[in-house]
Design a protein around this ligand. Structure first.
Ligand SMILES: O=c1ccn([C@H]2C[C@H](O)[C@@H](COP(=O)(O)OP(=O)(O)OP(=O)(O)O)O2)c(=O)[nH]1
Length: 167
């Protein structure tokens, strides 16, 4: 349950407390620290590489994290790139965001890619390579219909509202 804090300095808004979910974790590589949140209110917990490696320009690699998790049914783990690595080194994830299903019990892996055209990037065991965000999800019950309900957007997409703020 999120708490609503009423501050005299702010209009009435819901200032959420951090929601927490217990995730059972198996340390396949016990000397590696657990994933952790860099700040108490971060959405993503940093995943670490279990090995040293270098990514040449354009190279991709499936990187082991040394942990496996049991995500409760109705939840998902989404593996996202780290913006600092992207900004400073051009490191991203080929499949961003990676989807970790509730039933998956294997080692978490991160599919990194070096998008820099010229610079190799080296990682040491224990470096933070990605972040995992846990979210509640619903499965769809697909219900075929002849016509969909109307909406304001309709079929407009792919830039239908304009591509820039000045156009
Ligand atoms: O970045 C990722 C993405 C996925 N996985 C693991 C957890 C996930 O549950 C499993 C399968 O992923 P996904 O469903 O994306 O793969 P797929 O290509 O559809 O293969 P599968 O047929 O095994 O589902 O691989 C990771 O460890 N890291």
């Amino acid at each position: 349950m999120r708490r609503v804090i009423h501050s005299p300095h702010l209009p009435t808004v819901g200032l959420g407390t951090v929601n927490r979910i217990q995730i059972l974790i198996q340390q396949l590589d016990p000397e590696l620290p657990l994933p952790r949140y860099a700040h108490h209110d971060d959405a993503g917990a940093d995943l670490l590489t279990a090995e040293d490696f270098t990514l040449e320009p354009g190279q991709r690699r499936m990187v082991p994290t040394g942990v496996a998790v049991a995500i409760p049914e109705g939840w998902v783990g989404l593996v996202h790139p780290r913006s600092g690595l992207a900004h400073k080194h051009g490191i991203s994830m080929v499949n961003a965001p990676g989807t970790v299903d509730a039933g998956y019990r294997g080692e978490l892996k991160v599919l990194l890619i070096n998008t820099d055209p010229t610079q190799p990037v080296s990682f040491r065991r224990g470096d933070r390579i990605a972040q995992i965000v846990f979210q509640e999800v619903a499965q769809a019950v697909f219900t075929p219909v002849d016509t969909l309900p109307e909406s304001v957007r309709g079929a407009g997409g792919f830039g239908s509202s304009g591509l820039t703020t000045t156009a």
